[in-house]
Design a protein around this ligand. Structure first.
Ligand code: 5GP
Length: 265
């Protein structure tokens, strides 16, 4: 497949046309942003961690009956996807209160939300992604009532499958954001599912394992992404930098060394 013209460039991903009109290429760049682009950095390998985790989740979800845009990985930071007509909604599923709902509503951080709470925002940075409700979504003709139902059902299915999968790795799926699109009449999950779009906590320690590390300067974000990508895909974390001569023998020591060598912002 041949990569063609740039179709769209977002804050962390670029989308290219290909020689097949129904297929696009999504490139996960090394850029990271927070607060509507108010904080920005470029972090080596960040794109490939998010691409790898997204691909892993998309394949897992497809196997469990969730329709996604994923076709295949082309290299460690580019994936071929089905071309969708994207719907400008940010569909957020919350299992535990954190982030904006704690700031905006009288929820205590860490409070369990059962059943999970779905919040849908209008994807529009110029308006700071305002929250919508079903009537607004239909009145704005963003989705029909039937599409909205399909979107919510798919979001809850993603939540069930990924919560169970992550729990096995000792990770609590606090919340996450999804985006959907249409391929003809079919609603498919698009965009990405990665550490940039999820809130993940270590089940025992409640340590943040996601973009909150970057948002709130909680530590070395690349060391966290390296470690969590390994935990999610159940593979050994990749070394962030070449090996030093006298590497410590103990496993924990090796991990610490990799962390120390990961480039700091
Ligand atoms: P909150 O509303 O608490 O800021 O975000 C809820 C969840 O949705 C978090 O996991 C957050 O990472 C994700 N999320 C919300 N808005 C965006 C966005 O514009 N981009 C990305 N990548 N994730 C978002």
């Amino acid at each position: 497949m041949k990569q063609g013209k740039l179709l769209y460039s977002g804050k962390a991903k670029s989308v290219y046309l290909t020689d097949d009109r129904d297929t696009l290429i999504v490139e996960f760049r090394d850029d990271i942003t927070a607060f509507d682009g108010g904080k920005k950095d470029t972090l080596k390998n960040k794109g490939s961690y998010n691409a790898g985790v997204s691909a892993f989740f998309f394949e897992y979800l497809e196997k469990h009956g969730v329709k996604t845009h994923f076709i295949t990985m082309l290299d460690n930071h580019r994936m071929a996807v089905r071309r969708l007509q994207m719907i400008p909604l940010e569909v957020i599923v919350r299992n535990v209160a954190a982030g904006s709902i704690v700031r905006n509503y009288p929820f205590k951080e860490g409070m369990k939300l059962s059943p999970p709470v779905i919040v849908i925002d209008y994807k529009d940075d110029t308006r700071h992604d305002p929250m919508l409700n079903d009537d607004l979504i239909v009145a704005l003709k963003l989705a029909t009532p039937a599409e909205l139902k399909a979107i919510k059902n798919a979001a809850l299915a993603v939540n069930r499958h990924l919560s169970a999968l992550l729990a096995k790795q000792g990770i609590l799926l606090v919340d996450f954001k999804l985006e959907f699109g249409r391929q003809g009449k079919t609603i498919r999950l698009g965009d990405e599912i990665s550490m940039d779009s999820m809130r993940l906590w270590d089940t025992k320690t409640k340590e943040s394992l996601d973009k909150d590390v970057y948002r709130f300067n909680k530590g070395d974000v690349m060391e966290t992404y390296n470690r969590v990508a390994g935990r999610i895909t159940n593979t050994a974390p990749r070394r962030a930098a070449p090996k030093k001569k006298a590497a410590p023998r103990k496993k924990a020591g090796v991990k610490k060394l990799a962390a120390a060598k990961t480039k700091k912002r």
